[in-house]
Design a protein around this ligand. Structure first.
Ligand SMILES: [Zn+2]
Ligand SMILES: [Zn+2]
Length: 309
C-alpha cells in the first residue's frame, strides 16, 4: 500500500518537474550587463533627399511571454510584419518585405507545429502599397534581407526584377535550411551576396557600408540564422535607426537583456549562444546611444514613428 503511494508520488514528480522547468523558462532572467561601449557616434553623411517609410503588411497574434523572458502571457502583442523603404538618391532599398501577395501559399510551407501555434492577419503587401502610392519601382536598387525566414521574404516574389542582398552564410542557409527557408527558395529571386569589407562598427567586428556614405551600414549578427544581419540607418535629420531583424522580437529583448524563452529559442534560433552575444552588443549600443531607435522586425511600437507612404 505504502509502496503504491510512493510510486504514485514518484510518477507525479516525474510529470511535474519538467512542467515546472518549462514554466521557469518564461521567468525574467536578464543577461549580465555588458561593458560600456566607448565608441563615438560613427561618421555618416546621409544625402539630402534620403527618407524612411514603413510598409506594414500584416500581423501574427502573439504575447509578450512568447517574445522575451519575463514577458506576460496577459500582454498581447501583435507582431508586425513590416517592410521598410529607404529612399536614397543612388537607389532605394527595401529592408525585408513582410507578407507578400502569396502569403497564404507561403504559410502552408511552414512546419505543422509552427502553423498550429500561429494565426495571422494579412494586410496590403509592400508591392501593393508602392503601386497605390504611384511609386516608380525602377528606383529600387535592392532588397536587403535581415534574414531569410518566411515572414521576411514572402514579399520578395512580388519584386522579381529586384536583386536580393544576403550574406554568403544566409545564401547557404537558404539552400540547406529545410522547411524554414522553403519560402526563400520558392521566391527564386536574384540573390546577390556581399562581403563585410569594412572595419569594426559599434562593437561588431566587421561591417559593410552599402552606399559608402555611412547612411546604411550592415553588420553581421548571426545566431537567429547563420547569416542574420543588423542594418544601421542614418537620416539627414540626424536620426538613427538599428533594424535588428529577429535578434529580438520585441525591444525588451535588448533593453531588458532578456532572450527568448527556451521553447521559442529552441524552435526559432539556430545558435542561441550567438544570439545572446549579439543581444548584449546591441544592449551596449542602446545604453551608449539612447536616442537610437531600435527596430526589432516585429515590434509595432518601433515602426509606429515611421511614416507610411
Ligand atoms: Zn526569423
Ligand atoms: Zn521574423
Amino acid at each position: 500500500m505504502i509502496r503504491g503511494r510512493k510510486l504514485r508520488l514518484v510518477a507525479l514528480a516525474m510529470v511535474l518537474a519538467p512542467l515546472a522547468l518549462l514554466a521557469s523558462s518564461f521567468l525574467a532572467a536578464p543577461l549580465p550587463a555588458p561593458a560600456p561601449l566607448p565608441d563615438p557616434v560613427p561618421a555618416a553623411s546621409p544625402p539630402a533627399g534620403m527618407a524612411l517609410f514603413q510598409l506594414p503588411t500584416g500581423v501574427t497574434h502573439r504575447s509578450a511571454a512568447f517574445a522575451y523572458r519575463g514577458g506576460s502571457f496577459r500582454d498581447p502583442r501583435d507582431f508586425t510584419m513590416t517592410a521598410a523603404l529607404v529612399q536614397h538618391p543612388r537607389g532605394d532599398l527595401l529592408i525585408d518585405t513582410g507578407f507578400g501577395r502569396n502569403i497564404d501559399a507561403h504559410f502552408r510551407e511552414m512546419p505543422f507545429l509552427f502553423r498550429a501555434i500561429t494565426s495571422f492577419d494579412r494586410g496590403r503587401s509592400a508591392a501593393e502599397q508602392l503601386e497605390a502610392a504611384g511609386y516608380d519601382r525602377t528606383r529600387l536598387r535592392g532588397i536587403l534581407l535581415t534574414h531569410a525566414h518566411w515572414d521576411h521574404v514572402s514579399g520578395v516574389s512580388d519584386f522579381p526584377e529586384v536583386p536580393v542582398l544576403v550574406t554568403s552564410e544566409e545564401r547557404r542557409f537558404i539552400e540547406d535550411g529545410g522547411r524554414l527557408t522553403a519560402v526563400a527558395r520558392m521566391a527564386a529571386p536574384h540573390y546577390e551576396t556581399y562581403a563585410f569589407d569594412g572595419g569594426a562598427y559599434l562593437g561588431f567586428p566587421q561591417s559593410h557600408d552599402l552606399y559608402g556614405d555611412g547612411s546604411i551600414v550592415v553588420v553581421p549578427a548571426p545566431g537567429h540564422t547563420p547569416g542574420s544581419i543588423i542594418a544601421f540607418v542614418a537620416l539627414p535629420n540626424g536620426h538613427r535607426y538599428a533594424f535588428v531583424g529577429d535578434l529580438a522580437w520585441q525591444r525588451e529583448g535588448i533593453t531588458e537583456r532578456e532572450e527568448r524563452p527556451w521553447l521559442a529559442r529552441t524552435f526559432a534560433d539556430r545558435d542561441p549562444p550567438r544570439v545572446r552575444e549579439n543581444l548584449l552588443r546591441m544592449a551596449a549600443i542602446a545604453t551608449r546611444f539612447p536616442d537610437l531607435t531600435l527596430v526589432p522586425a516585429h515590434d509595432a511600437r518601433a515602426f509606429a514613428a515611421l511614416p507610411t507612404l
